[in-house]
Design a protein around this ligand. Sequence first.
Ligand SMILES: Cc1ncc(C[n+]2csc(CCOP(=O)(O)OP(=O)(O)O)c2C)c(N)n1
Ligand SMILES: [Mg+2]
Length: 376
Amino acid sequence: MTEKILEKIAPFTDEPIRFIGSEGEPLFEFSSEDLGLTQEDLQKLYYYMKLTRAFDRKGMILTRQGKCRFYVEVAGQEAANIGSGYAVGPNDWVYTAHREHGVYIVRGYPLVEMFAQLMGRVEANKGKQMPVHWGLRKLRIVTISSPVGTQLPQVTGIGMAINYLKKENEAVIGYIGDGGTAEGDFHVALTMAGVFRTPTVFFVQNNHWAISVPSERQFASRNIAIKAIAYGMDGYYVDGNDVLAVYAVTKHAFEKAYRKEPTLIEALTYRYGAHSTADDPSRYRDPKEVEEWKTKWDPIKRMRLYLERLGIWTPKWEKQLDEEIDSLLNKAIEEAEARPEPDPETMFEDVYAEMPWHLKEEYEDFLQELKERGLR
Ligand SMILES: Cc1ncc(C[n+]2csc(CCOP(=O)(O)OP(=O)(O)O)c2C)c(N)n1
Ligand SMILES: [Mg+2]
C-alpha cells in the first residue's frame, strides 16, 4: 500500500476511517494500485459481497423450509466480512464469532460443505454441531464456539504458539461482536496479546446490537477501538460498510502482526435481519434505523456505485453475476441435500471413549424404540 493510503490509516481517529462515501464517491484521490489491488480484485470484492448476501438468503429459505433448524443472518455486514477476509494470508489462522459467513466464503470454504453443515449432513461430525458453527482444518478456520467471547483467549494462544515455534509470516485474526467485547475473555485476550506481543488481529464487528441490547449498554468508552490504548496496541476505528477501507486497515494490521504488533480493529456496521431465527427484532429496534442503514450505507450498493464510477460495472455484468451466483448456490444446496443424513444411533457416539452404563441403557432403549417403530 502506498503512503497515500497509509496516511489515512491512522489509529485512534475520532471519525471512522472511510475511503468511499454513501454514494460510492471516493473521499480522496486513490487508485486500486494504491491499495495493492488490481481492478479485478475490486470486482472480486464486489462479487464476494453479493455471493455472501445471496448465500444468506438461501440460508433463511432452508430454515423456512424446515431443512435447517437454526440460522444467523449476516446481511448488512458483507463489507466487514469480505474486506477483512480478503486480507487474510494463506498461512493465517481464523477464529470467528458467529456472523462472519463471508469470511469463510472468501477464504474458499466449499459452499457444499457450508450448506451440508447447515443441514446436518457432515459426515465428520455426524451433524452434531449446531448450524452455522462452521470450521475447516485445511483452511485454518477453527470451529465456532457458541459461548460468546471464548474464542479470543484461544486467538492469543495461537499467537503465542506462533511465537514459540518461530513461524514467519503467520498470524491469527479473531472476530468478535460489540457485545462480546463486554465479556471478560476480551480483556484477558487483549491483555495477554499486548504483553506477549502476539501476531494477532482482533476484529470487532460493531453492528450496534447484541441481540436486543444496544451498544451503549456494552461499553461506556467513546468507542471500542480506543480500548486498545490500555492494552498497549493500536486501535483502528473503521467504516465497516466500506469494503476498501476495511480491506486496507485489516491488511495493514496483518503486516503489523507479522512484525509481532497486535492490533484492535472496530468496524462499524449493522445487521439488517434478526439476531437469529430465534429472535424478533421488531420488539426492540426502530425500523427507521434499519431503513437508513439499508438505503444510505448499504455496503454492496456503495461498492457498486464506486465500480460504476470507475467504468467497471454494467447492468449486464450485474445480471450475469446474479445468474452465476444463483446457479452456484442452487447446485451446492442440491449436492449437500443429496448426502445421507447421519443415522440416529450416531448421537450416542464420540462423547466418551467408552460408553458409560447409563448411556448404554439409553442407547439400548433407543434401539428398541427404533425397532418398534419399524425403523430398524
Ligand atoms: C456467554 C454467552 N452469553 C450469552 C450467549 C447468548 N448470545 C449469543 S450471541 C449473543 C449476542 C452477541 O452479540 P454481539 O457480540 O454484539 O454479536 P452479534 O450477534 O451482534 O453479531 C448472545 C447474548 C452466549 N452464546 N454466550
Ligand atoms: Mg453486535
